[in-house]
Structures are given as structure tokens and as C-alpha cells.
Design a binder for this molecule. Sequence first.
Ligand SMILES: CCCc1ccc(-c2ccc(S(=O)(=O)CCO)cc2)cc1[C@H]1C[C@H]1c1ccccn1
Length: 239
Amino acid sequence: AVNHKLWPEIEKVTMQQLHYARLGVGGAGGWQLFAEDGDMRMYRREEEADGLVVDPLKACHVVKGVTAREVCQIFFSPEYRSGWETTLEDMTIAETISNDTLVFLQTHKRIWPASQRDALFWSHIRSVPDDQDPDASDLWIVCNHSTEHPQYPPNSNKCVRVYLTVCIVCQTFVDPPKDPNKISRDDITCKITYCSVVNPGGWAPASVLRAVYKREYPKFLKRFTSFCIEQCKDKPILF
Ligand SMILES: CCCc1ccc(-c2ccc(S(=O)(=O)CCO)cc2)cc1[C@H]1C[C@H]1c1ccccn1
């Protein structure tokens, strides 16, 4: 994939998103907690671009019994998506750039009174050593970033094209640390940071969008993480 024309952007945006995900939510960042559920904390910043709500979102979650690699592979893989992405109406793989990089076209269910949206984005999965703690296990990241494709110009179907940048960054912790082939799923925990910025691409009332995000994002992350636990529970652990 390194010789693909998108590769420089994929490399830059993925590493930028990794850095952004690892920034805390305290301090002057302007993050406000808007949803809590068990170990899940969801924050947003209220931001508009040309009068459109583009509120950046950051969610932190801790899930027992799954690894960072398992969570990211489920988030990345097309075959699982209909099982956890509740707002999805249709999904097409527009291009297979490599085994770790795909281009998706997704149409999402219409949210009244806004018109239906679609998203065209590249999706890239990779593992990176934790530069802050070389002894820790690798971080896994999936980054989704809007792109163009000659076959799928915006607004060619009835949908308004959204512009998004999303990342999910995961890290596995084994507690208590023990002999690798004696670890059970009860000993592993996955720390998840999910970040998203979705520009709705066309007019949608700020109040409606904020209400949708407030309702949809907690549901989305809970559903996704429950799906991961369900998918992995009877399978050998994939570190
Ligand atoms: C007017 C904007 C409509 C709208 C378009 C798109 C998306 C959206 C697209 C992609 C991703 S993802 O994390 O990359 C997972 C792959 O699907 C998440 C969200 C969300 C919304 C809004 C509907 C809201 C929503 C919020 C959270 C989850 C799902 N949907």
C-alpha cells in the first residue's frame, strides 16, 4: 500500500489521530462530559464550521475480556459491521487498497428532519509500539477519514455526503501479569479511546444534530463493545 497515492495522507492522518486520541480530556481542552455508563465516559466540544455542528467527540471506555487487536479488527472488518453499526443502511467496499486499508461507501439511516447521509472514507488498521512505555503491549488503531472516489461523487445518490475523521485506539492490559500461555479472558482488559468529528455536510438543525449525537453515540459504543465481547468470548485470545 506504500506506493498508493493515498498512502502519505493515510500515514499522516493515522499518526495525527493516534496522538490526538492520547491527549487527555482535562485542562483547557474545552471537553465536557455528556454521557457516562459504567466505565464509559463520553466527552464533546461544541464547535461549528460554516454554521454546521461539527462537535468533536472523545469517548474513553474499559472493556474486560477482549484485546486491543480483537477490538480493532472487529471495528475494521466489513463482515462484522452490520452486527454492531446500528445506524448503517448500506455499505460498499469501494476499493481494497491493501489487507489493512479499505475504502468504504456507507449510507446511514435518515434522521428526521435532516436528509439521509452517506460517508465515503478510507479505513486503515495498524499496531504501533507504545512510545511512552516500551514494556507495554502494542497499541492498535483504526482510522477512518473521508476521501474522494471518481465512481462515487458526493450527492450523486439522494444522500448528503458527510465528512468525517474517526479513530479508535486500543491497548491491552493483562492483570495480574503471568505466563502468556496461562492468560484467560478474565485476566485481560482493553482500554478504548474513540474519537470522531463528523461534518454533516449540509444543513441540519444544530439542536437536532446535538440530540442525535447525544442519543446515538453512547448507544453506538455500548453496542459495539458488547458485540466484541460476544464475538470473542469462545475464541482463543488474539494478542
Ligand atoms: C447527520 C450525520 C449522520 C451521521 C453520519 C455518519 C455517522 C458515522 C459514520 C461513521 C462512523 S465510524 O465510527 O467510522 C463506524 C463505521 O460506520 C460513525 C458515525 C454518524 C452520523 C450521525 C447519525 C449519528 C450517529 C452517531 C453515532 C453513531 C452513528 N450515527
